[in-house]
Write a protein that binds this ligand. Structure first.
Ligand code: ADP
Length: 204
């Protein structure tokens, strides 16, 4: 089984590409989904977060209120560092476990690890065979986030600005999927990506 990393800025089309790859037969492991699991009650990051940030981050039902947590850490570099130090290793561990379990199945040729903030350390840590970057112009991403996800434009711009730049991401890429066109064009580009990934995989 080959594991490839899939990354891209918010609104670039990571979810769209991973859904198309799943339709081709790839197994998909999504860091955003795992991030929600690890902070759920009983998850490995739940207790440490409550201990660090206090009961003010909890909703009435005892779950962590993610906007409250974000607000508690916002603008305080030490708090952000603590938040990351609690959540990132937990997410990495669960992701590695999922990939080991997929490899053990023996019938998965390509696993796709969707990692919004993919960095070079993930390449070694997860044994990524390649990094695939989904790319589109910032203005296209903003337009889609506003029109299709109902995000206020200022939020979309702020979130894009807080992430790695397009250039930083592209520097990590072994393969770039251009998602500046229509959904049909994207599907054709993912067909080509799938052929490339199958070739990378090497055993048919
Ligand atoms: P990400 O997961 O990278 O944040 P998404 O895959 O959710 O991005 O894409 C952002 C939004 O744009 C979604 O609503 C998605 O359906 C839409 N979208 C993605 N690719 C295209 C495209 N080529 N044309 C039009 N809309 C698209």
């Amino acid at each position: 089984m080959r594991v490839v990393g899939l990354t891209g800025g918010i609104g670039s089309g990571k979810s769209a590409v991973s859904a198309l790859l799943a339709a081709h037969g790839a197994a998909v492991v999504d860091a955003d989904e795992i991030a929600r699991e690890v902070v759920a009650p009983g998850g490995p990051a739940y207790e440490p977060l409550v201990a660090r940030f206090g009961p003010g981050i909890l909703a009435e039902d005892g779950t962590i209120d993610r906007p409250a947590l974000a607000a508690a850490a916002f603008g305080d570099p030490a708090a952000v560092a603590d938040l990351n130090a609690i959540t990132h290793p937990a997410i990495g561990l669960v992701m590695a476990e999922r990939l080991v379990a997929l490899a053990a199945r023996g019938d998965v040729a390509v696993a796709v690890a969707v990692i919004p903030l993919l960095a070079r350390r993930h390449v070694e840590g997860l044994g990524l065979a390649a990094v695939v970057v989904v790319d589109c112009p910032t203005e296209v991403a903003v337009e889609r986030l506003v029109r299709l996800r109902g995000m206020p434009e200022a939020d979309a711009r702020a979130r894009l600005a807080a992430q790695a730049s397009r250039q930083e991401r592209l520097a990590l890429a072994d393969y770039v999927v251009d998602n500046s066109g229509s959904p049909e064009e994207l599907a054709a580009r993912v067909d080509a990506l799938w052929a490339w990934l199958r070739g990378l995989e090497g055993d048919g």
